[in-house]
Write a protein that binds this ligand. Structure first.
Ligand code: ZN
Length: 490
């Protein structure tokens, strides 16, 4: 929350020199800042400082970016840490600045990003986040962890000296994250890595070797394939919930729950349905508006979350399983290569109400996809039942009925309306066909106003007078009836 003190450092190598200018870089950082500010509804932003001198590392680019011996791709893990460690060390030496005044560090290096260029000697953009060390420090204390890492292998020593620092008064200090991006990267990659620096994980699937194996949440988050859309897609609702930017409702009883689409600064934004101690469902709604304007369509997304995982790793329980409401479509996906099919098929993953949604969407290369959202409900393996009862795209409101015992209960509606003057509303319209004759029946409800208040007084006085006259007669009748009989012996 609040300002994120961020240091931006530019580095180059003995063989590859930086071509970007500080002005262009500042433009990029401002894009990141605006994205985070919008995504957090103004709760979080970057308070950044760009170190104006370019740091030159002592080795060539391939030294830091080349794959491990025997590997075809990726960066050698030790060299990848050394790259960050060297940069921080040289920054501290050359600037004489106190690094503990910052929470995040963004390293922008000369040359390309292997994840984009596929050139093995380029440096894979990444982020070293201190979340793991933070929890170790919470348990054992800073000094114990500092000493322990110092006694370990070289990579742990460098990891320590990259993230663990001391304030001028000797106080312990932990950076939140150190991200690496290439000068050739789009700003959306810097946003993705910065989101890691705020301790948010990737939502794509990893292979066992630690690199991307394919998509899971597709274009629906900047932590999967969203950065490649124009404009880059917002951070998903679940990650925003972890960041403390949105409010959610937890389902304890069956009912209809209303949430707002993620682009609106109105709460709540999500629904949590607990499953057990480690898992829950997370539901949120989206529409192609604002930071989400490049999305293929509107709808409700369902995540199944395992809170003890920090990645989706092939062959292991996933951190986030993304439900695809309309699997095996769009049909255009059939022409995709195997690894890209999941990404393509989740273009129409959202659930939508009974009115269904149809639209067309084009990707960055202009390919057309037909998006048909035809599914409104899902029954889970635990026996829960969820149904989108209404999706109001204009208002950005989704209503979702949740039943924990799987029963589909009818919606109970309480409608309160303040009516002035005569008011007619169409209750429903039915169309019936008898052979060649089509009959449309429109049922309307008309509400007429009560008489104005002075009329009520008029009626009221007439009523009072009438009651008075009737009472008078009744009293007379009773009087007569109650007259005592005449005395016999007068
Ligand atoms: Zn990532």
């Amino acid at each position: 929350m609040g300002p994120q003190k961020t240091l931006v450092v530019m580095v180059e190598f003995t063989d590859v020199r930086l071509r970007t200018s500080i002005q262009r870089l500042e433009g990029f950082v401002n894009i990141v800042n605006n994205f985070i500010k919008t995504s957090s509804y103004g709760k979080t932003w970057l308070d950044y400082y760009i170190y104006p001198r370019v740091i030159r590392l002592p080795k060539n680019m391939a030294y830091y970016g080349g794959p491990s011996p025997g590997s075809q791709r990726g960066d050698d893990p030790l060299r990848s840490i050394e790259f960050k460690y060297q940069t921080i060390k040289l920054f501290k030496e050359s600037s004489g600045m106190d690094i503990t005044q910052f929470t995040h560090v963004i390293i922008v290096h000369a040359g390309g990003d292997e994840a984009v260029s596929s050139s093995p000697n380029d440096i894979w953009s990444s982020c070293m986040m201190s979340k793991g060390i933070y929890f170790l420090i919470e348990k054992y204390g800073f000094e114990a962890i500092y000493e322990e890492l110092g006694r370990s292998d070289l990579e742990y020593q460098m990891l320590r000296d990259t993230l663990m620092h001391r304030k001028p008064n000797g106080e312990a200090y932990l950076l939140a994250g150190v991200e690496t991006v290439a000068e050739e990267d789009m700003p959306s990659i810097m946003i993705h890595e910065f989101t890691h620096s705020m301790w948010i994980y990737d939502l794509y699937a990893y292979s066992k070797d630690g690199y991307s194996a394919g998509s899971e949440v597709g274009v629906w988050t900047n932590m999967d394939s969203g950065p490649y859309l124009d404009p880059p897609v917002d951070i998903d609702g679940w990650s925003k919930y972890l960041l403390g930017w949105i409010e959610v409702v937890e389902v304890k009883v069956d009912g209809e729950y209303t949430i707002n689409t993620l682009d609106k600064p109105v709460e709540p934004h999500g629904i949590i349905i607990p499953i057990n101690d480690k898992e829950y469902y997370f539901i949120h709604a989206r529409r192609p508006v604002g930071q989400d304007s490049a999305l293929p369509g509107p709808g409700v997304l369902v995540f199944k979350v395992n809170k003890y995982r920090s990645r989706n790793i092939e062959g292991e329980p996933y951190m986030v399983r993304f439900f695809d409401a309309n699997p095996e479509t769009p049909v255009e996906c059939n022409s995709f290569r195997k690894e890209a099919i999941r990404l393509c098929e989740t273009l129409d993953a959202p659930y939508f109400d009974h009115e269904h949604y149809s639209g067309e969407w084009r990707d960055a290369s202009g390919r057309k996809f037909v998006i048909n959202l035809l599914t409104e409900d899902v029954a889970t393996e635990e026996g829960y039942y969820m149904k989108v009862t209404e999706f109001e795209e204009e208002e950005g409101i989704a209503k979702i009925r949740v039943s924990l015992d799987g029963a589909e209960t009818p919606a109970e509606a309480t409608i309160t309306k303040t009516i002035t003057g005569e008011y007619t509303e169409t209750a429903y319209t039915t169309v019936a066909t008898y052979g060649t004759v089509t009959e449309t029946v429109v049922v309307t409800v008309t509400v007429k106003p009560l008489p104005p208040s002075n009329n009520i007084m008029h009626y009221l006085s007439i009523i009072i007078i009438t009651i008075a006259i009737i009472s008078a007669f009744l009293i007379m009748i009773f009087r007569r009836k109650r007259l005592p009989p005449p005395p016999r012996e007068w």
